[in-house]
Design a protein around this ligand. Structure first.
Ligand code: NDP
Length: 438
């Protein structure tokens, strides 16, 4: 296992470097595409191979590492992104060792001179901190970076020619989701179509709605008005609390599709777990059925906590692709995010701006001044660098534009660390352990 992970990564890196030279796409997008292809190949092999389970585990690991790589601009970033996925690199002997933080198990060793290490050195512009043989790093740095023109630090080095809002995160069902979208909570039904069409024309490709928002008709109408082909828009809706249970969830989803005027949604979520109702497992089984029937391409949950996630995964063997939860600088939920990473669940942040309560915080103000960006942009960029999908809402065209403009700057490691200190465990919204409103 240990050898295969990096043997395969070696191949992956060579293909990655070659395709980056040929394709006009971001390195992150190329890397994720490659890993997605690997997952698909692995899923096909599973049908024929008795070793299917090991292969899936291996591919999941590589997906986690690839995701971490795609959001990292330095060794520090990479370590943090890996830690969020319960993994860690440490220098050991002549190379790097990948460890599972939960079990302490060594998962893989990379050869110090292997292409993965050399490629990372070239990408980050330095050797691994404290690495015993700096000569190897110098050798790697002397070679040109595949993504010319080379830059000593930072990634990607080539300007992104594609609209950055199409930057995607891989889902555990081999599909992907735009990392940035916009939300429709409290957007008036009468203006939802206009807001949706405007946002899509500006470049958004993910629309987050819900039955309870009372504006699904406008959500669907806005998509049609935008003139975009259906497959270019990622549509989410959610099943409300009063509709939990197997049959009710099936009916609720059909009613949502009717209001949206769509044959399928890209993502269907259970809005809240409502643990006292204790119907979320039946609702989850209904979502699995709806996915099988093609009414939802991917299925996930919202506001679930570890016990409910563990239960639905354990009972059905199907892991949600995503958990949409409240995340903002005052409520950072590191333990839940680590759980998501460990299980291949994308974290999606709701109320990402935290009602503006951190706009005046010193670390946000300092980063905004340094980067020449607004506090809102700094906070949204923080979500992006955490590796989360993020769905801010604005009813103003200027606000929608501002919230898209996140991809020409990056927060430094020190700025990310300073924002991490703002976590107070303070919610803007209800506590999911107690929220049962119908
Ligand atoms: P946000 O964190 O997106 O904040 C929205 C508020 O911030 C609005 O008042 C908006 O005002 C303002 N705003 C937006 N952009 C800026 C900016 N650049 N500068 C200053 N102010 C700004 O909050 P939401 O609570 O709406 O969360 C986002 C989405 O998450 C929702 O729309 C919904 O889709 C989803 N959600 C999901 C929940 C769940 O239980 N699953 C719960 C809550 C939300 P203005 O319109 O004037 O710009």
């Amino acid at each position: 296992m240990a050898e295969t992970l990096f043997h395969c990564d070696d191949v992956l890196w060579r293909r990655f470097e070659m395709i980056c030279r040929e394709r006009d796409e971001t390195p992150g997008a190329v890397l994720r595409d490659l890993v997605r292809l690997e997952v698909q190949r692995c899923e096909r092999r599973k049908a024929r191979s008795a070793e299917g389970i090991d292969e899936r585990l291996l591919v999941r690991l590589r997906l986690l590492v690839a995701e971490a790589l795609a959001v990292s601009e330095s060794w520090g970033d990479l370590q943090r992104a890996l830690e969020e996925r319960a993994l860690k690199f440490t220098p050991a002997g002549g190379g790097l060792v990948l460890t599972d933080l939960a079990t302490g198990e060594t998962l893989a060793k990379s050869s110090q001179v292997g292409p993965p290490y050399m490629a990372l050195v070239r990408r980050f512009g330095t050797g691994f901190p404290g690495h015993p043989q700096p000569g190897i790093a110098a050798q790697a740095l002397a070679r040109p970076c595949p993504l010319a023109p080379a830059r000593r630090t930072g990634f990607p080095v080539r300007p992104d020619r594609r609209p950055p809002m199409t930057q995607t995160l891989a889902l555990n069902d081999t599909r992907s989701i735009p990392q940035l979208g916009f939300g429709l909570w409290q957007v008036p039904a009468a203006t939802t179509a206009e807001t949706t069409a405007t946002a899509l024309k500006l470049g958004y490709r993910l629309v987050d709605g819900a039955a309870i928002y009372g504006n699904e008709e406008g959500q669907g109408e806005g998509i049609r008005r935008s003139g975009l082909p259906r497959e270019q828009v990622f549509v989410t809706t959610k099943v409300w609390n009063s509709e939990q249970g197997f049959d009710r969830t099936l009916h609720a989803a059909e009613a949502s599709l009717k209001r949206l005027g769509l044959a399928h949604v890209d993502l269907l979520l259970i809005h809240w777990p409502c643990p006292r109702k204790d119907l979320y497992l039946d609702s989850w089984r209904a979502l699995i059925r709806l996915r099988e029937e093609g009414r939802a391409t991917s299925i996930g949950v919202s506001n679930f906590q570890e016990p409910q996630l563990t239960r639905i995964i354990g009972e059905t063997g199907i892991t949600p692709v995503l958990n949409q939860v409240e995340i903002n600088p005052r409520l950072q939920q590191p333990a839940l995010r680590a759980f998501h990473a460990k299980h291949g669940i994308v974290t999606q942040s709701w109320t990402p701006l935290g009602q503006g309560k951190s706009f005046d915080a010193a670390p946000v103000q300092a980063a905004a001044r340094r980067a020449g960006k607004s506090p809102a942009q700094v906070i949204l960029r923080w979500h992006i660098q955490l590796g989360a999908s993020v769905i801010p809402r604005s009813t103003r065209e200027a606000g929608l534009k501002e919230n898209l403009d996140l991809f020409d700057f990056a927060l430094t490691e020190a700025e990310m660390a300073a924002i991490a200190t703002l976590d107070e465990g303070q919610r803007c919204g209800p506590d999911p352990a107690r929220f049962e409103m119908d």
